[in-house]
Design a protein around this ligand. Sequence first.
Ligand SMILES: [Zn+2]
Length: 116
Amino acid sequence: MNRRHAVVRQRFSAAHEIGHFLCGHEAFDDAHVHVEESQHQWNSQSAQEREADEFAAELLMPLEWLKRDISKLGLDVTALARRYQVSEQAMWIQLFNHGLAERGGHASTKSGRSSR
Ligand SMILES: [Zn+2]
């Protein structure tokens, strides 16, 4: 369990770093002591940190895949987190950010009528 958590966190950290790089945040100042040991703060103050987090979330949990999997599996966050190798917390945040889940935990599925 701890081992899995460590892997999950490493994946997120790596994606977060790539986010900094691709977003052109070249100048990491000394304050950017990173995620690897300290807990990751999802609501980091810095806009660059937030941007890197959003990038990481998209990289690890692409929206189109999520939508497809939710329509197949339902909104089973535990299963989704395992499938995408992210923490459940990260999965929830991604779902909230894209309006796929609501606070309180139930899905706001836009399924409905089939369009044929
Ligand atoms: Zn960062």
